[in-house]
Write a protein that binds this ligand. Structure first.
Ligand SMILES: NC(=O)c1ccc[n+]([C@@H]2O[C@H](COP(=O)([O-])OP(=O)(O)OC[C@H]3O[C@@H](n4cnc5c(N)ncnc54)[C@H](O)[C@@H]3O)[C@@H](O)[C@H]2O)c1
Ligand SMILES: O=C(O)C(=O)C[C@@H](O)[C@H](O)[C@H](O)COP(=O)(O)O
Ligand SMILES: [Zn+2]
Length: 349
């Protein structure tokens, strides 16, 4: 078993172990005085893993309810949260009870937000089952939903009490979503870890996925420990996301997945960085080649005008400027303020 400790205001462990799904009851018992647990999952993950998680919790004496919603980013909205509140209230969940998020990033972000807001905040455990959620979204406490106006525009910082990662669940994930998760893995190499980037180039990451998961969550842990609420350094985790989220919005959150959009966003913003003499020449080509190696797209038909317009509502906008995340070279990232009026020119290559 590998353990990564997160030292936020409320510290917790990220535990990585094959088969940990069947021990989640023991973890919950050790961490909480809850009597009731509501497991929130989606329509793809629940048939695969709900029974194992429920049995493990019941074995430890918890009363368990389940809430299953239709899988997909299109469901990541406030209407789905209202349905979760309904389940939590009907089951008379109290402040000492807990939510378990069993699924990918959509489940984790929404179940986390329901837990952050129900009764003004109850505890929750993340059991991430997609690659993207195991390397990124289950850690750090960002929870929330999309609005038609933009990605993740409503939410709360609410740290889980534990993150239980079972890499065996990746055996049932489709190849497309394995590729998708690699978008965030490549991001970690780009912003903080040149060695990780080179390993991804020279080896097949999927052959040593537990190492990759541990490296990514450790990088994220270090950043979140220093800047839990994204006052500064945490913005670097948004590399590729300003344009990626803009593209997701242009598509109305359908037909393009998060990791794919981030891959395109990383390539485009790095090309812009090179155009402005900020980023070492050849960096965008390296990112492009790596994204292609892991089956990710690197271009989109959206115009720079459309992307700039959609990006203006990003949470990194303050007043008349936006903080863009750029690279000087692979492994070295920083933020740069750009006037919204100049955003389209800045990103156009
Ligand atoms: N909170 C954060 O810090 C953070 C970080 C990165 C991304 N995100 C968010 O995460 C979401 C993307 O996460 P995602 O890619 O996991 O999406 P997702 O939750 O939609 O999962 C992708 C697909 O895989 C299925 N699935 C998940 N695990 C499976 C398994 N083990 N076997 C079979 N199918 C499985 C899901 O049902 C879904 O169809 C986006 O909404 C993004 O904004 C949040
Ligand atoms: O945890 C963070 O901080 C991140 O930025 C991780 C991102 O991969 C993730 O997609 C996050 O949800 C984006 O944050 P947002 O604040 O731009 O919604
Ligand atoms: Zn992301």
């Amino acid at each position: 078993m590998r353990t990564v400790r997160v030292d936020t205001g409320k510290p917790y462990d990220i535990c990585i172990e094959r088969g940990i799904l069947d021990k989640c009851g023991e973890y919950a018992k050790a961490l909480s005085k809850a009597e009731k647990v509501t497991i929130i999952s989606d329509s793809n993950v629940a048939p695969l893993y709900m029974d194992r998680v429920k049995n493990s919790l019941e074995k430890e004496g918890f009363k368990v309810a389940t809430h299953i919603f239709k899988a997909g980013e299109e469901q990541k909205h406030l209407g789905s949260i209202a349905e979760m509140y309904n389940t939590l209230a009907k089951f008379s969940m109290t402040r000492k009870d807990i939510v378990v998020a069993l699924g990918g990033g959509v489940v984790g972000d929404m179940a986390g937000f329901a837990a952050a807001s129900y009764l003004r905040g109850i505890d929750f455990i993340q059991i991430p089952t997609s690659l993207l959620s195991q390397v990124d979204s289950s850690v750090g406490g960002k929870t929330g939903v999309d609005l038609p106006q933009g990605k993740n525009l409503v939410g709360a910082f609410h740290q889980p009490i534990a993150v239980l990662i079972d890499p065996d669940t990746l055996k049932t994930l489709t190849d497309d979503y394995i590729c998708d998760g690699m978008g965030e893995v490549i991001k970690y190499g780009c912003i903080k870890d040149e060695k990780l980037f080179e390993n991804l180039e020279n080896q097949n990451a999927l052959e040593h996925i537990e190492d990759i998961i541990e490296i990514c969550v450790s990088i994220k842990r270090d950043v979140v420990n220093r800047d839990e609420k994204e006052a500064g350094e945490r913005k670097l985790l948004n590399f590729g996301h300003t344009l990626g989220h803009a593209i997701e919005k242009i598509y109305n959150f359908k037909g393009i997945s998060h990791g794919m959009a981030v891959a395109i966003g990383m390539v485009l913003i790095t090309k812009a960085g090179e155009k402005h003499g900020i980023t070492e020449k050849g960096t965008a080509d390296k990112i492009c080649a790596l994204c292609k190696k892991y089956g990710l797209p690197t271009t989109d038909k959206s115009t720079f005008e459309q992307m700039a317009q959609a990006a203006k509502g990003d949470k990194k906008t303050a007043g008349s400027s936006i903080d863009l995340v750029l690279l000087t070279k692979i492994g070295d990232s920083f933020t740069k303020k750009v006037e919204l009026a100049n955003l389209c020119d800045f990103i156009t290559t």
